[in-house]
Design a protein around this ligand. Structure first.
Ligand SMILES: N[C@@H](CCC(=O)N[C@@H](CS)C(=O)NCC(=O)O)C(=O)O
Length: 244
């Protein structure tokens, strides 16, 4: 049994880890969503973050506790779960590149988050609206297309020509791209739609992940939370209908 720790009310970064656990068919507990009578709740998460469970102390959720191991940082959590769930690439070079992709994916997530919180995470969006407007404008025009075209080229140049980012079959980094695209479709439906015109294979990859039986079943389950006020937020003013 693996324990996942993440904020209980948002999909957020925890969702990247959850998808790997789900697709890998791994038994896990989403600890902060459990009741305190089951050893869960936020208090159980803070016990780790505040060092009351001893070393190693993660800086921030998500993190996994797997036996004696405490694994933090989203990309590392995903790689750890992927190793257990058969979702790592087989070749060593592909595994290394997959980790690079996962880490780059976290850079992308950070940039997406910073469109609505460009100045400080401790301030509300309403307290940084002008800066968010500038940041989101550059994100829509430059960063969003740049990241999506990079992913598109990875699929295009994959020697196995299988429609995945690395190697001949779905791996954990495909799940990550799928989740980021879901989030972007929610947060920036207009800009994402425009950018996806240049990334048809990314679209196909996302549809293939969505059709994976474990992912399709998860999406129908109460374990899958809707986007609310986490990383992927929609503000009309940050996503105008036309590029101009
Ligand atoms: N690079 C870290 C970022 C972790 C992170 O920012 N977690 C958020 C939730 S999505 C958090 O609770 N951060 C608290 C903080 O930074 O103080 C990762 O990918 O895991």
């Amino acid at each position: 049994m693996i324990d996942l720790y993440y904020w209980p009310s948002i999909p957020g970064r925890g969702e990247y880890v959850r998808l790997v656990l789900e697709a890998g068919g791994l038994a896990y507990r989403d600890v902060a969503r459990l009741g305190e009578d089951e050893g869960g709740g936020l208090e159980a998460m803070f016990a780790f973050l505040q060092g009351r469970r001893g070393a190693p102390v993660p800086f921030a959720p998500p993190f996994l506790v797997d036996g004696d191991l405490v694994v933090s940082q989203t990309a590392l959590c995903c790689a750890h779960a992927a190793a257990k769930g058969g979702l790592l690439p087989e070749r060593e070079a592909d595994r290394t590149f997959a980790l690079s992709i996962a880490l780059t994916g976290e850079d992308f997530v950070r940039e997406i988050h910073d469109t609505h919180h460009p100045i400080a995470v401790s301030l509300t969006y309403e307290n940084q609206r002008p800066e968010a407007a500038r940041r989101a404008s550059d994100f829509r025009d430059n960063r969003l297309p740049k990241f999506l075209i990079w992913y598109e080229n990875l699929i295009e140049n994959n020697e196995d020509a299988a429609g995945w980012l690395v190697g001949p079959r779905m791996t954990y980094v495909d799940l990550g791209l799928y989740q980021t695209c879901r989030g972007l479709a929610h947060a920036f439906p207009n800009a994402f739609d425009r950018a996806m015109g240049e990334a048809p294979q990314v679209g196909a990859l996302c549809r293939a992940v969505a059709a994976h039986p474990a992912i399709a079943a998860y999406r129908e389950s109460p374990r899958a939370l809707p986007f609310t006020d986490g990383i992927f937020r929609h503000y009309d003013e940050l996503d105008p209908p036309s590029a101009a």
